[in-house]
Design a protein around this ligand. Structure first.
Ligand SMILES: C[S@@+](CC[C@H](N)C(=O)[O-])C[C@H]1O[C@@H](n2cnc3c(N)ncnc32)[C@H](O)[C@@H]1O
Length: 271
């Protein structure tokens, strides 16, 4: 499963593609900011707006050290460091994403407050209670055994530490059209309902504080993108999704619009 996930997301040329697009957008890579990268480095429905909604609602405020589970190319981690002053460690299975995340963080001058490691959430390379908080955005769809993953996140969190999740949820037997942004076929997709997430979190030792369906937000976000005129911007999530980007994105929009899946936030606390 680990190899399948890394093959799905990485193709070897991502940093070059992003830097070419940065230049095409008229931005000097040496002057790059966290804000400039927002349209390409938040690989989840609603981008930075969704991240802000999740972390502000979860009250990460005074957390010093935050774990970003499945950190992708590091957009959420950089946002947490830049806007919230947190020290963030991102872990991800996809080597290319981890390298790209580190390179982009150096370019925006955040290498002192974010770091990225290649690691599987099922076996985190950290000691018990090392983190004050954890976030996970659009990762659970790749994880078959969610209870085991949540137990591992719980192990590295302090007692009372908050875990803020934003995943695409739905029934495992939902009939989906592939490819999707998170999987090329059904074998790589592991959907669960919000109730199943809550059950897995509770069984892993978390107290669930809030479940928020973000379907309406997703629909209005897709609507805004549809109404945008002119050519698509050079900096966008298509850079992460490769040649199949329009199909993957289109299939996801259809599934959300049809009510088959929805992005959902869950805020839980350890212990
Ligand atoms: C759709 S991307 C989301 C990335 C990032 N959270 C964001 O929102 O921009 C899903 C990410 O989860 C990572 N991932 C999937 N399974 C994982 C696992 N078991 N452990 C660590 N990372 C994983 C993938 O490599 C990929 O980078």
């Amino acid at each position: 499963m680990m190899d399948e996930v890394a093959r799905h997301y990485g193709d070897g040329q991502l940093l070059d593609r992003i830097l070419d697009a940065v230049t095409a957008a008229g931005i000097d890579p040496q002057e790059l900011t966290v804000h400039d990268l927002a349209s390409v480095d938040e690989f989840h429905i609603g981008g930075r707006r969704a991240t802000r909604h999740l972390v502000e609602g979860a009250g990460l405020g005074s957390s010093r050290r935050v774990l970003d589970v499945g950190s992708g190319v590091g957009g959420t981690a950089r946002y947490l460091a830049a806007a919230g002053g947190h020290d963030v460690v991102g872990v991800d299975l996809t080597v290319e994403y981890v390298e790209t995340a580190a390179a982009l963080s150096r370019l925006v001058g955040l290498e002192g407050s974010v770091e990225f490691q290649v690691a599987d959430v099922m076996a985190l390379p950290f000691e018990r209670g090392e983190f004050d908080a954890a976030v996970q955005l659009h990762v659970g769809m790749n994880i078959a055994d969610k209870q085991a993953a949540f137990a591992e996140v719980g192990r590295v969190l302090v007692e009372g530490g908050v875990f803020a999740l934003y995943d695409i949820m739905g029934r495992a037997d939902t009939d989906l059209e592939f490819p999707l942004p998170w999987a090329g076929g059904a074998a790589g997709s592991h959907l669960a309902t919000a109730d199943q997430y809550v059950g897995a979190l509770e069984a892993a030792g978390f107290r669930v504080e809030r479940v928020t369906d973000r379907r309406d937000f997703a629909r209005s976000f897709f609507g805004e993108l549809r109404e945008r005129s002119g050519p698509p911007p050079s900096l966008g999530l298509h850079l992460l999704m490769g040649e199949e980007a329009p199909t993957r994105y289109g299939n996801m929009v259809k599934a959300v619009e049809a009510g088959a899946v929805a992005p959902v936030e869950i805020v839980a606390r350890r212990g």
